[in-house]
Design a binder for this molecule. Structure first.
Ligand SMILES: Nc1ncnc2c1ncn2[C@@H]1O[C@H](COP(=O)(O)OP(=O)(O)O)[C@@H](O)[C@H]1O
Ligand SMILES: [Mg+2]
Length: 262
């Protein structure tokens, strides 16, 4: 029941059929990421120009309720587009990456109030943060994006009352042959578990594909972004899921060098 980054690279597929089998998978996924990142970058530049122009319109025509109404609609569309481009850039590993020494516990604490505020009353949110967690070298904003995405999916997987648990712990990973490029040695681990509907093997094998979704209003970009961010931090992801029972996603991030020498 383990889906790893390797499975992701093995299962990437275009709508029209399998990828070109004459090319190695890594090369193909790299090409997709480069394309996605390139487009997202151009879109971002255009979105900045659009927001600037909307601001100017509102300034020049201030007090006109019609202008305000249309500007509000445009700004909310821009907000949605910005989220998509941020996720695409994260998947392509071209996001704004500013690593600092940080603890995964701090990341959880930073966004926990917002997560708790948006949780419905019949979902019990648990937080179990380990003491003495090794620090990691990471971009806090990107890791917040990871935790929010996992919690969002956990929430959306609920089909009634249930539990979502966010936990951190220290771990020592040995090399696992089925997870290439995995973080080996001392790691900080964060896991998000839910008692939601779980996933079939087929779904689990595809969750990191950009635009793969099983939801009516889903966009299928958050797990792709999680994948890009974790890879950018030399980390590993393990997904454990049982249909009808729930899902646990574990992310392992290597302890910062200063921590290892201690
Ligand atoms: N915790 C979870 N429980 C069940 N299914 C999940 C979970 N996390 C991800 N998935 C599956 O992975 C798919 C892709 O997730 P994601 O990239 O976040 O896109 P979206 O949430 O927009 O569909 C989801 O549509 C869902 O089928
Ligand atoms: Mg999602």
């Amino acid at each position: 029941m383990i889906a790893s980054i390797k499975q992701m690279t093995q299962s990437i597929r275009f709508e029209g059929g399998d990828l070109d089998k004459s090319l190695p998978y890594a090369l193909q996924t790299d090409a997709i990421a480069t394309l996605a990142g390139g487009i997202a970058h151009q879109f971002n530049n255009a979105l900045v120009a659009i927001v600037g122009s909307i601001d100017l319109l509102q300034l020049d025509l201030s007090g006109n309720p019609e202008v305000d109404k249309y500007a509000k609609n445009m700004l909310s569309a821009v907000k949605r587009m910005t989220r998509i481009t941020d996720q695409l850039l994260a998947y392509a590993r071209r996001g704004n990456y500013q690593p600092v020494l940080v603890s995964l516990n701090d990341i959880v604490e930073m966004i926990h109030p917002e997560i708790a505020r948006e949780m419905s009353v019949d979902i019990h949110l648990e937080k179990d943060l380990a003491k003495d967690l090794p620090q990691i070298l990471a971009d806090p904003a990107q890791l917040q994006m990871v935790v929010s995405a996992l919690v969002e999916n956990a929430k959306e997987a609920m089909e009634g009352p249930g539990y979502i648990r966010i936990a951190t712990r220290e771990d020592f990973l040995g090399a696992m042959p089925h997870i290439p490029g995995q973080s080996v040695g001392r790691c900080a681990c964060i896991q998000v578990s839910d008692t939601g509907k779980g996933m079939s093997e087929e779904v689990k094998g595809r969750i990191f594909e950009p635009f793969f979704t099983t939801k009516l209003i889903g966009r299928g970009l958050s797990m792709a972004a999680v994948y890009g961010i974790v890879k950018n931090h030399d980390g590993s992801i393990i997904v454990d899921s049982t249909p009808g029972m729930g899902t646990t996603v574990r992310i392992y991030l290597p302890a910062a060098k200063a921590e290892i020498q201690q």
